[in-house]
Design a protein around this ligand. Structure first.
Ligand code: FAD
Length: 451
């Protein structure tokens, strides 16, 4: 553990990449273990700084080329928990996995969770993440009751929907730019079992997906895998997955550690159009019946990918681009069909394709990504000369359909695209800490503060 009096002692330098493995930049790493270290660690730094959690964002929103990355994962203590209200206060570097290990045996669960539990509380707030229950629970930020923001001038602010509400709104989904989040309070939801009452339903085409979405409004969790390689009568087929926390009292034990590790860097040719369309066909038919009902543990339901550590190595050294849009209801059907057609025609799509309807619970963040309509998330292996032009085209289509892209999953949108998607970015700029910046922010605002 570093010396709290001088955390800079522990600084190391190297090349760093996020979950998508693209881009990779040189930076200094400053590990933190105590909330009081934020200021001594960052005082007098040249080239700016950025807090990072687990680096589970895909693109460059958690990177700072030639700058200083302040790693918060050592600052992961639980501060308080009230079993009457479910209010949990923890340091910002605590991961959702650590929160679950504490909360599940006590009969509580996260109010909102992404598709991996290996993200920090601070990272979940800074991207105002969403989960399978967005249509009923809104974003993660909807369940944060307060947080502390530490600015590089030494000031500390408690922010909540009623105290410094403008700072609260700027920080939820604020891309880590408004200050360092030192701790936050999150409202957990009660559960009586680890199990989920699960139902998987095959669908054939966008209209069946939309019908299922309408029918499942009262089900807490819904998400779909969609086959984005097929055309013709298999176009937009998929599996609609829905579930509720079981109401039958059952086991409330913590989860075992994942044992599988993706063992090597896959060669570039491992993921090609043939292997992906084969996988898609197998996945679709794995669900042998049109409708499957099961009592499922929450781990495979929420975190199927966490079972294999480092699965991103499957994309090889070049890495992958994630692409996630949200298109409002008025254009959601047309936009989704057009984009899926473009993707199928490109032959570049991967099997990780997730389709979901966002609901209308308002997000508390100024820059929050979700909006009522359809969201689609896709992985593309990076192939020279092909992937970037495709993703740029898809981003333009998203813009034409009135949608926007998710910064947490982005390494490629242009400044013009970002500023059209988020005209409120200039408002965020007014709350930005002068020391803090990211490679994403510099790319999309043309604001290379420290270069
Ligand atoms: C397999 C997988 C599935 C995913 N599924 C979903 C999903 O379903 N829904 C969804 O919304 N997202 C999803 N994501 C994205 C992920 O949830 C977000 O990118 C999340 O923000 C990552 O958290 P992190 O701790 O890794 O933060 P990092 O990626 O390290 O950082 C993210 C941002 O948080 C800021 N930050 C981190 N800590 C602090 C702090 N203490 N103070 C201030 N700022 C801070 C950073 O500066 C950066 O801007 C998924 C990612 C993966 C790899």
């Amino acid at each position: 553990m570093s010396n709290p009096a001088n955390p800079k002692q522990a600084v190391s330098s190297g090349r760093f990449e996020s979950w998508g493995r693209y881009p990779s930049y040189a930076a200094n790493l400053i590990p933190l273990h105590w909330q009081q270290e934020y200021l001594p660690a960052t005082e007098g730094l040249a080239n700016g700084a950025l807090a990072v959690g687990m680096g589970r964002s895909y693109g460059d929103s958690c990177l700072l080329k030639d700058g200083n990355l302040v790693v918060t994962t050592g600052m992961n203590r639980l501060i308080a928990f009230d079993p009457e209200t479910g209010l949990l206060t923890a340091e910002a570097g605590m991961t959702l996995a650590q929160i679950l290990d504490f909360a599940v045996p006590r009969g509580f669960f996260l109010p909102v969770t992404p598709g991996t539990k290996y993200v920090t509380l601070g990272g979940a707030i800074a991207n105002d993440i969403h989960g399978k229950n967005h249509h009923v629970a809104g974003t993660f930020g909807c369940h944060i009751t307060q947080l502390e923001l530490v600015r590089s001038d030494g000031s500390r602010r408690i922010c909540s929907p009623t105290e410094n509400p403008d700072w609260f709104a700027a920080t939820i989904g604020g891309l880590g730019l408004t200050g360092f989040i030192s701790w936050a309070t999150l409202r957990l939801r009660p559960i009586v079992s680890r199990k989920i009452d699960y139902e998987g339903i095959q669908f054939h085409g966008i209209d069946e997906f939309l019908d299922l979405t309408t029918q499942s409004q009262n089900i807490e969790y819904t998400v779909s895998w969609v086959d984005c390689t097929s055309t013709g009568r298999n176009f937009c087929r998929g599996v609609f997955m829905q579930g509720d926390h079981s109401r039958q009292p059952g086991e409330l034990t913590p989860s075992p550690e994942p044992k599988l590790v993706f063992p090597f860097e896959a060669p570039g040719f491992a993921l090609n159009a043939l292997s992906v369309s084969l996988f898609n066909s197998v996945f679709f038919h794995k669900q042998l019946h049109q409708r499957v009902v099961a009592l499922q543990d929450y781990e495979p339901f929420f975190y199927p990918l966490d079972k294999v550590l480092h699965w991103n190595r499957m994309y090889g050294k070049r890495g992958l681009l994630q692409f996630q849009y949200a298109i409002p209801w008025e254009n959601a059907r047309e936009g989704t069909v057009a984009i899926l057609r473009e993707v199928a025609a490109s032959g570049l799509a991967s099997f990780l394709a997730v389709l979901k309807a966002f609901g209308d619970v308002p997000s508390p963040g100024l820059m929050s990504f979700p909006r009522p309509g359809i969201t689609l998330a896709l992985d593309f292996p990076i192939k020279q000369d092909k992937t970037f032009p495709l993703v740029e085209r898809l981003a333009d289509m998203t813009r034409e359909f009135g949608g926007r892209l998710y910064p947490a999953k982005d390494a490629a949108m242009t400044a013009a695209q970002f500023q059209a998607f988020y005209p409120q970015w200039q408002q965020l700029a007014r709350y930005k800490d002068p020391l803090l910046t990211s490679s994403f922010w510099e790319r999309v605002t043309g604001d290379p503060l420290f270069r």
